[in-house]
Design a protein around this ligand. Structure first.
Ligand SMILES: C[S@@+](CC[C@H](N)C(=O)[O-])C[C@H]1O[C@@H](n2cnc3c(N)ncnc32)[C@H](O)[C@@H]1O
Length: 252
């Protein structure tokens, strides 16, 4: 029985998930801050050929993943876990994933066992969605061949928010979208590059308050330039609102 932060993935191509074992996410798995288990739907196929898909009723192209092996896999997962399942079907028809959705699903991990259901082919039998899926999640308005890469995007985004995963936990707090703004620009050595471009002087000043003020201002400048739509929902302090007003009125 497992009580840790746990994500179970249901897929016909579990081997794809070997990519999870690298970088920040790889370290999170190694330190067991997060556990991820892959379940091959074919292990619940009820035929010799282990087939889990069939032609769509009504005709038309492609194949559809059958309900029975998917249901059986979800039941097997629940039998192994102490927390109740929260089943997320990765689907282009789901709610488009935003940082607020990532935070919500990360919090779900405290009370639930997250099950990520990856479709293939034309998708999965609608009766599974109706009966067993708690929510549908899309990673954008385009079509992937399968839910596996979408599941990896979601797992990576969740793992970054778990305590102990990032070397410096404050780096996630400043990340783009965390408060509704894009992050300020970054520079590293040298102070002046081969094209004569210099790092902004304030970043070399050692004055931490001035640096923080500059970063707050630049986060607003960038958001206004690149993603003004985000400003409608951004949580701005009084100082940030004043900066925004000033930038708008001086036609940055
Ligand atoms: C080829 S798609 C099926 C698309 C489906 N016929 C439709 O038009 O809605 C196969 C699988 O890829 C996954 N998928 C495709 N696009 C996705 C997206 N934008 N976000 C999340 N999952 C996606 C889903 O799991 C889906 O079942």
């Amino acid at each position: 029985m497992c009580v840790k932060m746990n994500i179970d993935i249901i897929s016909v191509l579990p081997q794809i998930f070997s990519a999870l074992h690298h970088g920040v996410l790889g370290r999170a798995l190694k330190k067991e801050i997060l556990q991820v288990h892959c379940w091959d739907v074919r292990n619940c196929a009820d035929n010799k050929r282990r087939s889990i898909d069939d032609k769509p009723y009504g005709g038309g192209p492609g194949m559809v993943m059958m309900a029975k092996p998917l249901r059986e896999t979800i039941h097997r997962i629940q039998a192994e876990r102490t927390k109740p399942n929260w089943v997320v079907y990765l689907s282009p028809q789901g709610t488009v994933l935003k940082q607020a959705g990532v935070v919500r699903l990360k919090e779900k991990l405290d009370t639930h066992n997250l099950v990520l259901l990856c479709g293939r082919y034309e998708g999965i039998d609608e009766r599974v969605i109706a009966q067993m899926v708690d929510e549908e999640c899309s990673i954008g308005d385009y079509i992937l061949s399968g839910g596996e890469f979408a599941a990896m995007v979601l797992i990576d985004a969740i793992a970054r928010l778990l305590p102990g995963v990032l070397g410096d936990s404050t780096s996630a707090e400043d990340d783009s979208f965390s408060r509704g703004l894009l992050e300020y620009p970054h520079y590293t050595r040298p102070e002046e590059d081969e094209n004569g471009l210099r790092v902004p002087e304030v970043l070399l000043s050692g004055d931490h308050q001035a640096i923080a003020r500059w970063r707050r201002r630049m986060a607003i400048v960038r958001t206004l330039e690149k993603r003004p739509d985000l400003l409608n929902d951004a949580q701005l302090s009084a100082e940030e609102k004043a900066i925004l007003r000033e930038l708008i009125f001086c036609d940055f």
